[in-house]
Design a protein around this ligand. Structure first.
Ligand SMILES: [Zn+2]
Length: 254
């Protein structure tokens, strides 16, 4: 039984009651990737379709690559929660949400199987094609809710998405030396860092002080672009990667 025709070829349909109309926009211009953080895919599927959970996503991708669609792409699913990207705080209205089955950091955090990643790539390519979503607006939940969410996490193979034109490419850190900036720092260098993080898209305040929010945003950035070092300290390499991304985005826009 299906409740609506699938937007994505090959997706099974299992309707979630947890959705509403998009507010202020007719179509999505972002994709947000999550992991389920539960011990089984079946349990996650049930939860996302349970009216008591009040959560949902458009798609769920099982470990074996099976795709289940639960909310129509035209509708607003409830996956991002309190979040922010480039000044947009109703991320649910602007995005397609994809839950990727993985038990997550607190339940062992296994690697994402190949079949699952291939399915995620095909799904993102389809969504991107249907709505013209730019590659740099395919993001992790941790990007739009830093400090609150860490999924899909540093084991998610963003490089494979980037190779398929479905995520921002990760720049090399470069050979730039220089001091690190961390908690307690203040002044122009901190302001510059915060301005670059905000330009990239993060919901960070430009205070000139390396406050707790700055630290969790740096951590979110590292989880995505420098997974070997996720400590919330903006060392020279972290800042170099950030600077390159901001300047690449500027030249793309020019
Ligand atoms: Zn999430």
């Amino acid at each position: 039984m299906s409740g609506f025709p699938a937007d994505q070829t090959g997706a099974a349909i299992r309707v979630s009651p947890n959705f509403g109309p998009r507010v202020g926009v007719a179509a999505p211009d972002m994709i947000i990737l999550h992991y389920t953080g539960m011990d089984s895919g079946a349990g996650a599927e049930n939860w996302l379709c349970d009216p008591r959970s009040e959560v949902s996503s458009h798609y769920l991708v099982h470990e074996d690559g099976r795709i289940v669609q639960m909310v129509r792409e035209a509708d607003r699913a409830w996956h991002a929660g309190r979040s922010s990207w480039k000044g947009v705080t109703d991320v649910n209205s602007r995005s397609v949400g994809i839950e990727i089955v993985n038990p997550g950091h607190f339940l062992g955090y296994p690697a994402f199987p190949d079949a699952q990643i291939e399915a995620v790539i095909a799904l993102c390519a389809g969504i991107r094609g249907r709505h013209g979503i730019p590659a740099d607006r395919i993001l992790g939940h941790s990007d739009v809710a830093p400090g609150r969410k860490i999924d899909p996490g540093e084991k998610f193979p963003w490089d494979r998405l980037a190779a398929a034109g479905l995520a921002a490419r990760r720049p090399e850190p470069g050979s730039e030396g220089g001091p690190w900036i961390g908690p307690g720092a203040a002044g122009q260098t901190v302001e510059d860092l915060q301005a670059m993080l905000a330009l990239h898209g993060y919901g960070v305040d430009i205070t000139g002080r390396f406050d707790p929010l700055t630290r969790v945003v740096v951590e979110a950035f590292q989880r995505r672009f420098r997974p070997r070092r996720i400590d919330g300290i903006a060392d020279a390499a972290t800042r170099s990667i950030l600077r390159q991304l901001v300047s690449n985005a500027r030249s793309d826009a020019a």
